[in-house]
Design a protein around this ligand. Sequence first.
Ligand SMILES: *Cc1c(COP(=O)(O)O)cnc(C)c1O
Length: 485
Amino acid sequence: MKTASKPELFRKLPSVDELTHGTALIQLSSQEGEVAVTDAARAVLARLREEIAAGRFDEAGVNLAVSGLDRAIERQLRESLTYSLRPVINATGVILHTNLGRAPLAPTALDHIRETAAHYSNLEFDVNTGERGKRDVHVDRLFQKLLSEPLNRGGAGLARANSGSAQQVFTIVVNNNAAAVLLALNSLAEGGEVIVSRGELVEIGGSFRIPDVMMKSNAILREVGTTNRTRIADYEKAITEKTRLLLRVHRSNFEITGFTEQPKLEQLIELGKKHDVPLMEDLGSGALFDLRSIGVSGEPGVLDSLNAGVDVVTYSGDKLLGGPQAGLISGRHDLVQRMRSNSLFRALRVDKLTYAALEATLLAYVKHDHDGIPTLRMMRTPKDEIGKRAETIAKTIPQGDLSVEVIDAESVIGGGSAPSATLPTRALALTSNKRTADQLATRLRQSNPPVIARVEDGRVILDLRTVFPEQDEALQHTLAEITAE
Ligand SMILES: *Cc1c(COP(=O)(O)O)cnc(C)c1O
């Protein structure tokens, strides 16, 4: 039998016009619009032509493809008309998962976004005077409240007053913490030197490297000490008339243990005062909530640093704070004011959606409604409560391919908080007779909504700490489906 040549195969394909005027697609056009259907038909035909050109189709293959064109076009159309960005079920137990969008927002934040963003708002308008206002005011008033509140523990709240720096703290908002660090360095140290310990020259996921940001800010990095040991004397020796700033960086994603030394924050504060050089701390996560109350230590709070006398702190809005992506700069009024009047600030500023989400999140803190903030609620959920939900789900999985056990495990706070910050939890451990653990994890990701799990010791682990209780049913359904396959 003579095989069909490529031109012969191409001639078998209908034209876009013929396709879109066929009965099946006319109906689709009336629902979704002719333009969208024509686009989808073009895309499907183009793909088919590529396949033929590459020699991947014989005559029978082309015939089969042509007979399924209507369906392929409809599928193409559905795909192109649905969102690419969509919700997933985070069963990893990592609360602030950078790849999964970090902090889910509080319902009040969503309401506030909807309410203000769907209409005009007083974003930069003073309703009382009828004059132009500043967008900062909406959140600065709440930061004032939160950051001037005396600490309830150990009398640390007195430290700021005693150290003679009881100035009002001023806060501005930029796009993210990377932007905050860039703006702060450029405003406070352009052309001058910034002293940083070698042990703190970190890279945070997604290519945020302190030396690179320093270069872009036009400040000169003055490294002191060694990777594992830096003494206060190393900082002091490096101070010259060119020094503009002392910088402390929270190590975030790793710990140096063993033979280490790092000056105490108090020593750095004292040194800064002695030489009249401001001290800035890149906190990264920057908690506004006392993590010691959930058994996590070593994670510096924004208040801890400010009360101790750090001049400026930078931190993220969507890490431990549990709000929208943002970079927050809080500190001495004169220093933050210099950043505010830097033209870079205009380029890095955030929009009304962020202000709305941030205002609602901060208001939850002001009201001490910590459970109103999803990530804080997840951190505070007791292990037993998670265990009960896990047992319920385990019981409802029908007999089939999956074996399930409820085990002790650890959730991770993540998001650049103390790397050792873990919380005891209960998790579902799954094994399948037909699939390896990796295959099972892949299958879970292919469900709708996708379920993201972790694989450990040949088992798939589902930690319900990061699964919203209202998602339990969808998870149950997915597991029932998989075990029946
Ligand atoms: C996360 C982090 C950053 C970057 O913050 P983004 O908000 O992601 O830009 C910078 N510094 C430290 C110490 C961090 O932990």
